[in-house]
Design a protein around this ligand. Structure first.
Ligand SMILES: Nc1ncnc2c1ncn2[C@@H]1O[C@H](COP(=O)(O)OP(=O)(O)OP(=O)(O)O)[C@@H](O)[C@H]1O
Ligand SMILES: [Mg+2]
Length: 218
C-alpha cells in the first residue's frame, strides 16, 4: 500500500481538489483507495456524503490517530492512501508527510502562495525529507507559457522538485465537488481528466520506482 500526503501552508491552493482528483484517477485505474481527511473543515468527508460510489472510501481522522487510521485502511485492503491536510496546521502537515511515501504540494503561481514554500520546505525537513513534489495548480488555460518560469523559480529559490505537469484553472474542478464528483467524472475525455490522469500516472510511476529501490535494498 502506498501513501501520499497532500500538504501546503496556504489555504485554498488546491489540496482537497488534488486529493479528490487523484483518488478518482486511481479508482479508474482499478485501485482500492482510501482518503484520510485530517482537516476539521472535513471537505473531503463531506464530498463523500454527496457521492454514491463506494471507492474511494473517506475516513475523517485526527492527527493524533493518523498511524492507526492508516493501519485500518491497510487492514481493509487499500492499495493507496491519500492524506488530505488542513492549510494552517504545521503539525498535521508534518505528521502526514512523516507517514507518507510521497508528498504533493499544490501551489498557485502567485506570490502569496509561492512565498509559503519556504515554510513547506522547512516542514519537510522536520518530517525527515520524504520524496516531495510541488504541483502547480490554477494555471490560466490560455496562458500556460509562464508555467516553466514558475517551475524554475520554485526549484531554484526553494530547492523543491516540481511535477512536470500542472493543473489549469477549470470550471469543472470547482463544479464537480458540489455533486460529490471529481472533474474527470463530469467530462471523462476533457482536459481536466487528462491532467489528472497524467498526474496520477506520474505519482504511480514514482511510487513503484521507489518500491523497487526499497526492494533492491532489502
Ligand atoms: N484548478 C482549479 N480550477 C478551478 N478551481 C479550483 C482549482 N483548484 C482549486 N479550485 C477551487 O479553489 C477552491 C480551493 O480549493 P481547495 O478546497 O481544493 O483548496 P485547499 O488547499 O484544500 O483549501 P483548504 O486549505 O481550505 O483546505 C475550491 O473552491 C476549489 O474548487
Ligand atoms: Mg482542503
Amino acid at each position: 500500500m502506498f501513501k501520499i500526503a497532500i500538504i501546503g501552508q496556504k489555504g485554498g491552493d488546491g489540496k482537497t481538489t488534488l486529493t479528490l482528483g487523484l483518488a478518482v484517477a486511481a479508482t479508474e485505474a482499478e485501485q482500492s483507495v482510501a482518503i484520510i481527511d485530517l482537516d476539521p473543515q472535513a471537505n473531503a468527508a463531506n464530498w463523500k456524503d454527496r457521492r454514491v460510489t463506494e471507492n474511494p472510501a473517506v475516513i475523517s481522522a485526527q492527527v493524533s490517530r493518523l498511524k492507526q487510521t492508516i493501519q485500518t485502511a491497510q487492514d481493509y485492503g487499500a492499495d493507496l492512501v491519500l492524506i488530505d491536510t488542513p492549510g494552517r496546521s504545521d503539525s498535521a502537515a508534518i505528521e502526514a508527510a512523516r507517514n507518507a511515501d510521497l508528498v504533493l504540494i499544490p501551489v498557485r503561481p502567485q506570490i502569496f502562495g509561492l512565498e509559503t514554500l519556504k515554510g513547506v520546505r522547512d516542514l519537510l525537513r522536520v518530517a525527515g525529507d520524504p520524496l516531495a513534489y510541488v504541483v502547480v495548480n490554477g494555471i490560466h488555460p490560455q496562458v500556460t507559457k509562464g508555467v516553466e518560469t514558475t517551475r524554475t523559480l520554485i526549484e531554484t529559490t526553494f530547492g523543491l522538485k516540481v511535477a512536470p505537469m500542472h493543473l489549469c484553472q477549470r470550471g469543472s474542478y470547482a463544479e464537480a465537488p458540489t455533486i460529490g464528483r471529481s472533474a474527470q467524472e463530469l467530462d471523462p475525455t476533457g482536459k481536466a481528466a487528462d491532467e489528472l490522469r497524467r498526474l496520477y500516472m506520474f505519482t504511480f510511476e514514482l511510487l513503484n520506482k521507489l518500491d523497487g529501490e526499497h526492494y533492491e535494498q532489502k
